[in-house]
Design a protein around this ligand. Structure first.
Ligand SMILES: Cc1cc2nc3c(=O)[nH]c(=O)nc-3n(C[C@H](O)[C@H](O)[C@H](O)COP(=O)(O)O)c2cc1C
Length: 189
């Protein structure tokens, strides 16, 4: 059987921060089921916001008109069997890096027919406040639910926990185990 490809997309500026740790743990769970992993760290990449030119939506479009680092990411998104999307909660929702990335995914159907349909997706989030409601994490989780329902993708699961300083999430044994288990589920048929 061919090894499943898991693409990890890090949406925090902290490359080794809490959401990245949860994402790594998800991919560890997937790797234990022998999946291949590749990680994309969005922060510092040259990825401009969508400018709504709509050229990606035109019939026969060759893709996004913005020629930046997103161009190398589109084929990776298409080729992978599963995505792990990691974001911190910033101002009661996803980080700006994650949002810009998601907006630019609007162009994905210009590169491949039905690029989202059936794609298996896991989400990892961290927040500084005490719970998913007061932190605003719930807004981000709802965004992912709506987005991936709309795209007919398979949102396999979401893990999230409270942590402020980078690395703090490791002491939350339950969420670390949940993340690992989600990785297993992510690549299961
Ligand atoms: C600009 C900024 C905005 C933030 N906004 C929130 C917020 O609205 N709610 C919250 O609970 N935590 C907020 N935090 C705290 C982070 O979510 C928290 O430190 C989290 O662990 C960061 O995850 P990371 O290590 O993956 O970057 C904010 C942090 C920063 C730097």
């Amino acid at each position: 059987m061919k090894a499943k490809k898991v693409l990890v997309i890090l949406g925090s500026p902290r490359e080794k921060g809490n959401s990245a740790i949860l994402a790594e743990q998800i991919s560890n769970g997937a790797k234990s089921g022998s999946a291949k992993r590749e990680t994309i760290y969005l922060h510092g990449k040259n990825i401009a916001p969508c400018k709504a030119c709509m050229s990606c939506q035109k019939k026969g479009s060759k893709g996004c008109s913005i020629k930046d680092d997103m161009q190398a990411i589109y084929p990776k998104l298409i080729e992978s069997d599963a995505w792990v999307i990691a974001s911190p909660v910033y101002w009661f929702t996803i980080s700006a890096q994650t949002k810009i990335f998601l907006d630019r995914c609007f162009a994905l159907p210009a590169y491949n027919k039905d690029p989202f349909r059936g794609k298996r997706i896991a989400v990892a989030m961290a927040y500084g406040d005490t719970d998913p409601f007061t932190s605003g994490c719930i807004n981000a989780l709802r965004t992912f639910q709506d987005a991936f329902r709309y795209t007919e993708s398979l949102l396999v699961g979401m893990v999230y926990g409270s942590a402020m300083a980078a690395g703090e999430i490791r002491s939350n044994e339950k969420v670390m185990q949940d993340a690992f288990d989600l990785g297993n589920k992510l690549i299961a048929e």
